[in-house]
Ligand binder design. Sequence first.
Ligand SMILES: NC(=O)c1ccc[n+]([C@@H]2O[C@H](COP(=O)([O-])OP(=O)(O)OC[C@H]3O[C@@H](n4cnc5c(N)ncnc54)[C@H](O)[C@@H]3O)[C@@H](O)[C@H]2O)c1
Length: 255
Amino acid sequence: MRLAGKVAVVTGGALGIGQATSIRLAEEGAAVVIADVNAAAGEETARGIAATGGKALFVQTDVSHEDSIRQMVQVAVKAFGKIDILVNNAAIFVLKGIDATVEEWRQILDVNVIGTSLVSKHVVPEIRKAGGGAIVNLGSISSFIAQPQFVTYNATKAAVASMTRCMALDLAPDNIRVNAVCPGTIWTQIVERLAGEAGLDRAAADKDPTWGGACLLKRVADPREIANVILFLASDEASYVTGAHIMADGGYTAV
Ligand SMILES: NC(=O)c1ccc[n+]([C@@H]2O[C@H](COP(=O)([O-])OP(=O)(O)OC[C@H]3O[C@@H](n4cnc5c(N)ncnc54)[C@H](O)[C@@H]3O)[C@@H](O)[C@H]2O)c1
């Protein structure tokens, strides 16, 4: 029960890494607010957590709309009294090169960059009131490397890496630590779909030289393996860690 008595907001907490994180934080005693646009998946994730004795509340939220974020924070605080932890996980995958349209740029910037900032803007006052806490942003190996035809997505993930350092600087006086987890290839629905388009199932993706085979551990990862790193950074065990980027990429960027 490493998060007993804590309240966590997980954006994009309905599916994928966010879902695994909502479940993992709840397992460790946190009351979890699942802030996601996807109502069906969000409700189901919250029900699953409650069924195993955890505390979770789904609040339909679009991180690219400030009013929606404001409302989510109000509902969260009304339900659980405070917020200690924020996981900025929601993102979309607009995978384009320089042929991206203005609309495509705005779409991905609105969610991945401006959304991350706006959710932080409205949650931080609550974390301050709670006496401090932790923010975990979802970066990526894409924050640091080039990938073919990924100009749009990688620009947003590089922004998240930079925002993590800037937020760590600005929020340290409030006793709020800000870190990023940077995953490699994680077997979530989007990755499964992209692998499927390349004719790969999970076993084949593990071995394929451009997928799991590209990292030292020679496999893709389960979302729970990322949730464990997020849990560490959100917990008091990471009390002297701020402004850091933890690579959880099977060693992809080590060589
Ligand atoms: N899957 C990977 O291999 C991988 C690798 C590196 C980094 N990441 C990062 O991890 C995070 C989660 O990725 P994932 O693969 O689990 O994605 P996913 O698509 O499986 O899940 C994303 C969740 O965010 C929600 N969401 C999307 N737009 C939203 C919005 N405007 N407001 C609120 N919620 C919204 C979706 O409904 C969904 O539940 C992202 O930040 C992604 O960039 C993923």
